[in-house]
Design a protein around this ligand. Sequence first.
Ligand SMILES: [Zn+2]
Ligand SMILES: [Zn+2]
Length: 89
Amino acid sequence: MNNPTRMKVIERASIKLAEKVNSICPECNTPGFGITDVKPGLPCELCNYPTRSTLSYIYTCIKCTHTKEDNYPNKKYVEDPMCCDNCNP
Ligand SMILES: [Zn+2]
Ligand SMILES: [Zn+2]
């Protein structure tokens, strides 16, 4: 379970992600405009049912209340029916 090598890899991956997503708020120019929420619900290719795959990322400013929704961050617009609870329960 608590494999230290694996823990390190996860740690490094999350730092990399944080660096990539941290940007400047377009409203107040404060750095730290980052992903605060992930919205699931990418539609199934076959039946259009909302799957658990990422539909959008929600960005929120740490200073003001500005938020931005980034749709299809993975450049994926539909999910494979294999991942659909409706087509493939
Ligand atoms: Zn702001
Ligand atoms: Zn489906």
